[in-house]
Design a protein around this ligand. Structure first.
Ligand SMILES: Nc1ncnc2c1ncn2[C@@H]1O[C@H](COP(=O)(O)OP(=O)(O)OP(=O)(O)O)[C@@H](O)[C@H]1O
Ligand SMILES: [Mg+2]
Length: 337
């Protein structure tokens, strides 16, 4: 029997309108998330990587409906979140929590840590103060802090400690899914490993499912079971972690990997350098949106948008290099009809 994923996302889109002029008429759209589909199984970690502006954070926010999707289905634990009322969605959020990149900005500087950690419990109806305080003590210890830290304020902690508090806050409501948006990007390299280890330990202890967002493939490597690579609002490749690092198919993934130092000298020879900047997402290139930067571009890349196609079990790529010429000719014909 195949397992049902905890989260299944189908054809998710988030288009931000671009408004101009006195009356704010819509002149176009930023396609921040443009028709992505993926799943995450319970207890699994899906890494989402890609350069700045490719739509990673928007994906995370849309999944929690902190911003409303333009289109698509978000099936979580058997329920389509897009069909829930605001009130039902508010209740469901106890099962889906976020950890942010900058814990300082996401912790209220005027509140002591104890109060910050109690807040999600109050929001989700834990009325007994004694019970809340007990849980605060318990979770401070779980993330490697102490009871006495409850009385301190965010500025009295180091960056790594603040992220531990951000993680404790996310755990307070016993969530199933944690969306971690660049949780270690703002930390010193030496501290990054500690926080990543903590997150892995917590995952085992509480059977957590993670979506782990990062712009660097190096960071997600050890924590992710599978990795999805995003480029300009689309998933261009998804595979098991090991498969993706050993046999990246998309030139963009190959380029991202070339930027990660690897000890294997043979691998270094296959360096793919991605040149140029990310195109304007309000006016993306035709065909494959990566074609202007791609060292292997062909005619079809400028005309036909490649679809995400499975090449081997669980390894999918959206790239014309892996589509037969006949298929491409047919697609071009279809595109011109
Ligand atoms: N509220 C908004 N209104 C309009 N455009 C937005 C909004 N939020 C994000 N965008 C645009 O959507 C695109 C994707 O942004 P997003 O923040 O999701 O990228 P990201 O991959 O998280 O980048 P980074 O690595 O820099 O965090 C960008 O072009 C951004 O400018
Ligand atoms: Mg982001």
């Amino acid at each position: 029997m195949t397992k049902t994923p905890l989260l299944k996302v189908n054809n998710l889109k988030k288009y931000f309108p671009i408004k101009k002029g006195l009356f704010g008429s819509t002149t176009g759209y930023v396609k921040a998330v443009d028709d992505i589909s993926f799943y995450v199984h319970e207890g699994e970690t899906l890494g989402i990587v890609g350069e700045s502006g490719c739509g990673k954070s928007t994906t995370g926010r849309v999944l929690m409906r902190l911003i409303e999707p333009t289109d698509g289905i978000i099936e979580f634990d058997g329920k389509d979140l897009t069909s829930l009322s605001q009130e039902e969605m508010r209740k469901t959020r106890r099962h889906i929590q976020m950890v942010f990149q900058d814990p300082y900005a996401s912790l209220n500087p005027r509140h002591a840590i104890g109060k910050i950690l109690e807040e999600p419990l109050i929001v989700h109806g834990v009325t007994e103060a004694k019970e809340r305080k007990k849980k605060v003590r318990e979770f401070l210890e779980i993330v490697g802090l102490s009871e006495y830290h409850a009385k301190r304020y965010p500025h009295q902690f180091s960056g790594g400690q603040r992220q531990r508090i951000g993680i404790a806050r996310a755990l307070m409501t016993n969530p199933k899914l944690i969306i971690a948006d660049e949780p270690v990007s703002a930390l010193d390299v030496s501290i990054q490993a500690q926080v990543l280890n903590l997150m892995q330990d917590l995952q085992k202890e509480f059977n957590l499912t993670y979506i782990f967002i990062a712009h660097d493939l190096g960071v997600v490597r050890h924590i992710s079971d599978r990795v999805a690579v995003m480029y300009l609002g689309k998933i261009v490749e998804v595979a098991d972690s090991e498969q993706l690092y050993e046999k990246p198919l998309h030139p963009y993934t190959q380029g991202l990997l070339s930027a990660v130092p690897v000890p294997d000298p043979d691998f270094q020879k296959k360096q793919i350098i991605i040149e140029g900047d990310i195109p304007n997402p309000a006016d993306p290139p035709t065909g494959c949106t990566f074609h202007k930067r791609c060292p292997f571009r062909m005619d079809s890349c400028m005309k036909v948008t490649p679809q995400l196609v499975e090449q081997s079990t669980g390894h999918s790529v959206a790239c014309h290099l892996y589509v037969s010429e006949v298929d491409n000719d047919i697609k071009q014909l279809e595109g011109s009809l």
